[in-house]
Design a protein around this ligand. Structure first.
Ligand SMILES: *[C@@H]1O[C@H](CO)[C@@H](O)[C@H](O)[C@H]1NC(C)=O
Length: 289
């Protein structure tokens, strides 16, 4: 075989795996469902973000995975979205609130299941950590009123190291710690894993690598479970081409944010394709950021 045909062969494998339908391993979220099944019989999942556009830039594979009709373990997930600011750092908050609503329309989270807050103590600010107690107080009523079983948010690095993103995990740890005391079925919480910089921009390679990893890991769980125990348990969502296109359509609703570098992000970012999650544990009483 000539070099050209070898390269074409490899590229065609890469493209067909990358564009193949969604793969997701949401079983850990589903276990949450069975633990909390006494109330409504379905998972009620709250996505907690900091700014309009977080939902489509970082979390689209998960939202679309949870809402996909083809997901066999879907078990009737209901997905809710709470954004703690309207992204008012440049004075465009009122416009961005509308952009968020249109983006969530595209992603499939309808009005009535989505909220954007505009509080003086949770302002979009690239130098400010938000107070974990303020976050917890803001989030808690939404968790209780909607019988949320699972909270999803950023991890300690917040993908981009934006301090508003990085604050959220501390607030969520406080919420679940307080509900572990007060509620009979406290929700579980998960953080979206920030990957190292080089891995972050693997773009279209990312779904290929993630799907290959899932297939290999499933094979090894089947044959030698103890080898990969724990690692395999973390939920992963990998988009196919249809979900990727939908995430781009959601991104296009954010007219005020469409700078040229966004297009580099869309092409190269792994989070447009792959979301991996780790469980957040309750903070100890009096702890937090
Ligand atoms: C952002 O937060 C910093 C403190 O971290 C504060 O000094 C600054 O005034 C804030 N900016 C705005 C626009 O509120």
């Amino acid at each position: 075989m000539s070099t050209v045909s070898v390269v074409l062969f490899l590229v065609s494998i890469l493209l067909s795996v990358s564009f193949s339908p969604l793969v997701s391993r949401a079983d850990v979220f589903a276990q949450t469902h069975s633990a909390g099944a006494s109330r409504s019989g379905s998972s009620r999942i709250l996505l907690l973000t900091a700014h309009p556009d977080d939902e489509c830039m970082f979390f689209a594979p998960t939202i679309l995975g949870l809402l996909a009709d083809s997901e066999p373990r879907r078990l009737g997930s209901e997905v809710f979205s709470l954004c703690l600011s309207i992204g008012d750092a440049d004075g465009l908050g009122d416009i961005r609130r509308g952009e968020l609503a249109r983006s969530l329309d595209v992603l499939g989270i309808p009005a009535g299941r989505r909220w954007a807050l505009d509080r003086p103590d949770l302002k979009d600010n690239i130098t400010a950590m938000w107070d974990s107690r303020v976050i917890a107080a803001a989030v808690r009523p939404y968790v209780l009123e909607n019988h949320i079983t699972t909270i999803l948010t950023f991890d300690y690095h917040g993908i981009s190291e934006h301090p508003n993103h990085r604050s959220l995990v501390y607030g969520v740890a406080d919420v679940i710690a307080s509900l572990a005391v007060d509620a009979s079925q406290p929700p579980r919480a998960f953080a979206l894993l920030t990957v190292p910089l080089l891995q972050k921009y693997t773009g279209m390679l990312a779904p290929f690598l993630a799907k290959a990893y899932i297939v290999i890991a499933q094979h090894f769980t089947y044959t030698i479970p103890e080898v990969v125990d724990g690692h395999v348990q973390s939920p992963v969502f990998v988009s196919g081409i249809a979900q990727y296109q939908k995430a781009i359509r959601a991104m296009l609703q954010h007219h005020t944010q469409l700078e040229w570098f966004r297009w580099l992000y869309v092409v190269f970012s792994r989070y447009m394709w792959v979301n991996e999650w780790a469980e957040i544990l309750p903070s100890s009483p009096g702890g937090g950021a």
